[in-house]
Write a new protein. Structure first.
Length: 347
């Protein structure tokens, strides 16, 4: 089969690799129908996170079960399924507590020795603890499939950030970052009842999506100017909750400075490039809480899936460029150059 591999910074290839097969009795093999490129994949693309030459890549996909091991109970050949970006056994204490990202037998797609989502098929370990079944008729609905794909990562990650930020009905929320996760954070904040949502972003195409997702205000400035603008919009107090969806020192500093005293920051931006920029004394003096990290998307999938299927939630607009598998290297280039927000892959 064909799969995307990374060989060096800016060197993405689509190559022939061995077909995945059931290796353990709890495995399934999924034939990929939809995958995508994540903003966090760009850190490997740019050389800011290490990868071995030839390593697979991609951690967001959905597809059809093609083969199942003898101990798989919840799935059979032909089932349509979505995979969260981490596999997990579903039986350990962490999984029982809804923190599947800390499963001791879990792992990330595209890690050394595993398949990546940006390929024709994927071997899924611990299928019963990892996958979520989708309605079979969704396979014929292109828009719905695209919305469901967002549940593999960005929508669940935006939801995790909103929970970390303590979003509640009537609250004011600021979102730092206009990438796909930040936009899904806007959508999640709206879903959780925020009354005012301030999106920080400079790209009109993205802030238009933010407004469609429920943002009531847009701040185009950065740094101290952005902080002043948010303060002005909130009567000098700042936001009850701040979603930090970038992962740089500047973005975290901005998040702290626009949070209201007693507020919360939900951080899901993958840290990269510099330190956190956190001044704990400032956060201590102002009673600012910090919660977040790697989103346990598997825990959130059932409730978010129900809303997508009922038409109450539609994150599909974050995908603005579609490529086939051979076009994946160009998709990385487009996202790196910010001519695309999030690339959908149809193998």
């Amino acid at each position: 089969m064909r799969a995307t591999t990374i060989h060096a910074p800016f060197d993405m290839r689509v190559e022939e690799v061995p077909d995945p097969v059931v290796q353990d009795p709890t495995d399934v093999v999924v034939r990929v129908l939809r995958a995508c490129i994540c903003g966090s994949d760009l850190w490997a693309y740019r050389g800011e996170s290490a990868r071995q030459p030839g390593q697979r890549i991609g951690h967001e996909f959905l597809g059809v079960v093609e083969a199942a091991g003898p101990e798989v109970r919840g799935f059979r050949t032909g089932d349509l399924v979505v995979a969260p970006f981490v596999w997990s056994d579903g039986t350990c204490d962490h999984c029982a507590e809804g923190l599947q990202t800390s499963c001791p037998r879990g792992g990330f797609w595209g890690s050394v020795g595993s398949d990546g989502g940006q390929g024709e098929a994927v071997r899924v370990p611990f299928a019963d603890g990892t996958l979520v079944k989708l309605p079979a008729d969704a396979a014929s609905d292109d828009r719905l499939l695209t919305a469901l794909l967002a549940l593999s990562d960005v929508m669940g990650t935006g939801h995790h950030a909103a929970l970390g930020a303590g979003v509640r009905p009537g609250s004011t929320v600021a979102v730092v970052g206009d990438g796909a996760v930040g936009l899904c954070g806007v959508l999640a904040a709206k879903r959780l009842g925020a009354e005012r949502i301030i999106a920080l972003g400079r790209h009109t195409a993205r802030t238009d999506i933010a407004r469609a997702f429920g943002a009531t205000d847009v701040v185009a400035e950065r740094g101290e100017a952005a902080e002043a603008a948010v303060r002005e919009l909130t009567g000098g107090q700042g936001a009850h909750g701040v979603i930090e969806a970038v992962g740089t020192e500047q973005s975290m500093r901005t998040a702290v400075n626009i949070a209201r005293d007693g507020g919360s920051i939900g951080y899901v931006g993958v840290p990269h490039g510099s330190g956190t920029g956190l001044d704990l004394s400032v956060m201590f003096d102002r009673n600012i809480a910090l919660r977040g990290g790697v989103a346990p998307v598997r825990a959130y999938l059932p409730e978010l899936l129900a809303d997508v299927l009922d038409g109450r939630l539609d994150p599909s607009p974050v995908f603005d460029l579609t490529v086939d598998l051979g076009g994946v290297p160009g998709g990385y280039k487009a996202m790196d150059e910010r001519t695309a927000l999030k690339v959908l892959v149809k193998p």
